[in-house]
Design a binder for this molecule. Structure first.
Ligand code: HEC
Length: 128
């Protein structure tokens, strides 16, 4: 009987020495699922091709010039306030916009603006 008590005491002591339980992790909200990019380049160039001056430039001003003009962070190689640069990089713009890589997601960008830009980058750009 006495040995049993000793055993129980030993077991209790041993249990006390076991690794502490894993720290309680505070519940975390899972990260939001990535937003799918649903933009597409136009399947054909049928229809009105946007004009650079009238249709495209205002969109670039709204959605791109914060970084791609003036003292923006991306002017060194991509100053789109320079018409020649904007026209020369037209297809690169199309790639970026169609991939939803530009403008960066935090910048408001209307789907209608994306459509005009993509139509222009794919089909327009003859203006000099
Ligand atoms: C919040 C800032 C920001 C805005 C707004 C923005 N960009 Fe950019 N963009 C960048 C940065 C930063 C780079 C990388 C610059 C570099 O590599 O020199 C870049 C690079 C690019 C490039 C070059 C990518 C390549 O390698 O071909 C293109 C084209 C581009 N942007 C298009 C656009 C267009 C079009 C818009 C508007 C619809 C836009 N960006 C809006 C920050 C921005």
């Amino acid at each position: 009987m006495k040995s049993l008590l000793v055993l129980a005491l030993g077991a209790a002591l041993l249990a006390a020495c076991v690794d502490p339980p894993a720290p309680i992790t505070t519940p975390r909200t899972p990260p939001p699922p990535p937003v799918a990019c649903t933009l597409k380049k136009p399947a054909s160039c049928a229809g009105t091709i946007p004009s650079y001056e009238k249709d495209v430039l205002p969109i670039l001003k709204r959605a791109c010039f914060a970084c791609h003009a003036g003292d923006g962070m991306a002017v060194e190689d991509h100053d789109f306030s320079k018409t020649a640069v904007a026209l020369a990089q037209r297809s690169r713009m199309g790639v970026q916009v169609a991939a939803c890589a530009m403008p960066p997601r935090q910048v408001p960008f209307a789907p209608a603006d994306a459509e005009v830009l993509l139509m222009w980058t794919s089909c327009g750009g003859d203006e000099k």
